[in-house]
Write a protein that binds this ligand. Structure first.
Ligand SMILES: [Zn+2]
Length: 365
């Protein structure tokens, strides 16, 4: 107690001296305490803990590990969410590293790191869907506290993380069955109103990846905004999506750009010192074309094509066979563009999105 009193006295003297010298800026910039999940994190402190996801009719409960660095000085609340899809490991491992690189004493604002949003999918090693209810967390917003486990996770993420954020970055990689390249940042170019898409665009560029995808469309209500980022922008919170990684890989070439990008955005927002390293020649992709499988079976990607290639309409991308090897379907590019995603493992189900092609924006922005 004595030490606390001494510090309080010292602070009083410092503040009184500052006031005497007209230095009001320092006081105006002092950060407030930050509350999350019923925990109060004081300015200049780091909290490592978890958000509880309560049990429901399914009797499944879960938790969401988080780190909160609440800076000494005031600034925006930036939230980084990893592991919405539990087998997208580069997002998860990049946040493990980033959490140890931030010093709240040198931070303005608050950094919220969600280490693994979808713990059931991570521990269950599933792609796309949670193992308990077979729902996709990135199609489950705004969530429902009385719903299934995935819907309850979405509800907690919305209430505790999204609603407390000034900016949001939802980090993905191609899922464990997807080849994906190049890594890109993406923003909602039409949703949430002008301030929201301008600010989203600003942090999408500041992240520093050379490829930037513009998501089309907006949402009539938060109930329609089923994606993590869409939920945020519809609530008026600038947000971007990151894709860096593929096929369950987590090498430095995927993890490094996520760590660098997160710090670039923090520099852009004035949360840490320095200027962001902006992309030298950003390539904007304004539209995406998807190809869906018409059959259950086995997918064989064409070995001559690679994600990141520019392909023309009609390019053969792979075939689907039945379980005896008889060809059922040839997958062909319906339009020209950059091949962003191509299935990279054999199982394919009717209705699966096996290919994504990005059309390069002609206006370049
Ligand atoms: Zn994902």
């Amino acid at each position: 107690m004595k030490n606390v009193l001494n510090i309080a006295t010292l602070l009083f003297v410092v503040i009184a001296n500052s006031l005497a010298h007209g230095d009001k800026l320092k006081i105006a910039n002092a950060n407030a305490a930050f509350e999350i999940g019923g925990v109060v994190v004081t300015a200049g402190e780091t909290y490592r803990g978890e958000l509880k996801v309560p049990s429901g009719d399914d009797e499944v409960e879960s938790f969401i590990p988080i780190t909160v660095h609440n800076g000494n000085d005031a600034g925006p609340v930036l939230s980084l969410i990893a592991g919405i899809h539990g087998s997208e490991y580069s997002s998860i491992l990049s946040m493990q590293k980033l959490a140890g690189l931030i010093d709240p004493a040198k931070l303005s604002g608050t950094l919220v790191i969600v280490h693994i949003a979808n713990m059931p999918a991570f521990t269950g090693r599933t792609i796309y869907f949670g193992p308990d209810d077979l729902k996709n967390l990135n199609r489950s917003f705004p969530g429902d506290i009385n719903g299934t486990i995935t819907e309850r996770i979405a509800f907690i993420l919305k209430r505790e993380v999204i609603m407390r954020s000034d900016y949001l970055i939802d980090i993905h990689s191609g899922d464990a069955n997807e080849s994906l390249g190049p890594s890109y940042s993406a923003y909602y170019a039409e949703a949430g109103g002008e301030m929201v898409f301008e600010e989203s665009r600003r942090i999408a560029i500041a992240f520093g990846l050379e490829t930037i995808v513009q998501f089309a469309g907006s949402y009539d209500s938060v109930d329609d905004a089923i994606y993590t980022g869409a939920q945020a922008v519809t609530l008026g919170i600038p947000a971007i999506d990151i894709e860096s990684g593929e096929l369950g890989k987590f090498g430095d070439q995927y993890v490094g750009p996520i760590i660098d990008g997160a710090r670039n955005v923090m520099r852009e927002l004035g949360m840490i010192a320095g200027d962001p390293e902006l992309p030298a020649n950003p390539l904007f992709i304004s539209n995406r074309t998807r190809v869906f499988s018409n059959h259950d079976g086995i997918f064989y990607a064409d070995r001559k094509v690679k994600t990141g290639n520019y392909i023309t309409a009609g390019t053969r991308l792979g075939i689907i066979t039945d379980y005896h090897g008889n060809e059922l379907e040839t997958i062909v590019a319906p339009s020209a563009g950059v091949l962003l995603i191509l299935f990279g493992t054999p199982p394919v189900n009717k209705g699966d999105n096996v290919v994504v092609i990005g059309r390069i924006s002609e206006s370049g922005c």
